[in-house]
Design a protein around this ligand. Sequence first.
Ligand code: HEC
Length: 130
Amino acid sequence: MKSYLALVAALTAGTVALAAEVDVSKLPPAVKKEGVTFDKDIKPIFEKSCFKCHGPEKHKGDLRVDSLEATLKGGENAPNVVKGDSAKSTLVHSLARLNEDEAMPPEGKGDPLTKEQIGLVRAWIDQGAK
Ligand code: HEC
């Protein structure tokens, strides 16, 4: 019943309301760094901040971020990463806490990522998410 109501609400609100939910102009800019890769630059950040819920043991939201393949595959609302377009990637919206309901790590469940870390994730996605 709850999900039925949510569906009706989503359909009624329509795409305009969904698009208005996040203001991508508030995203920290991508860092200026060449050759950013998942294994070298991103995995260590996710290991520290995300693995306890999206790692080898737990897959909250049906998502794992402990490998490049799993991160690109995404979770319940996949895809979360749009290769080449970090501003359209919901994973980045979550990190930048544009919408508190979908902020990652969730409120009170870990330190928010720094602007520098978010900028690095953006650079990685903008460079093709390799
Ligand atoms: C304390 C547990 C916890 C931590 C830590 C955490 N998450 Fe989550 N994450 C969740 C839960 C629970 C969901 C399911 C949706 C919800 O209930 O908000 C979720 C959902 C997501 C989703 C949406 C997946 C989908 O397709 O629906 C993304 C993307 C995500 N998390 C990314 C991250 C990233 C990246 C980190 C680390 C910076 C992180 N999360 C840290 C608990 C966590």
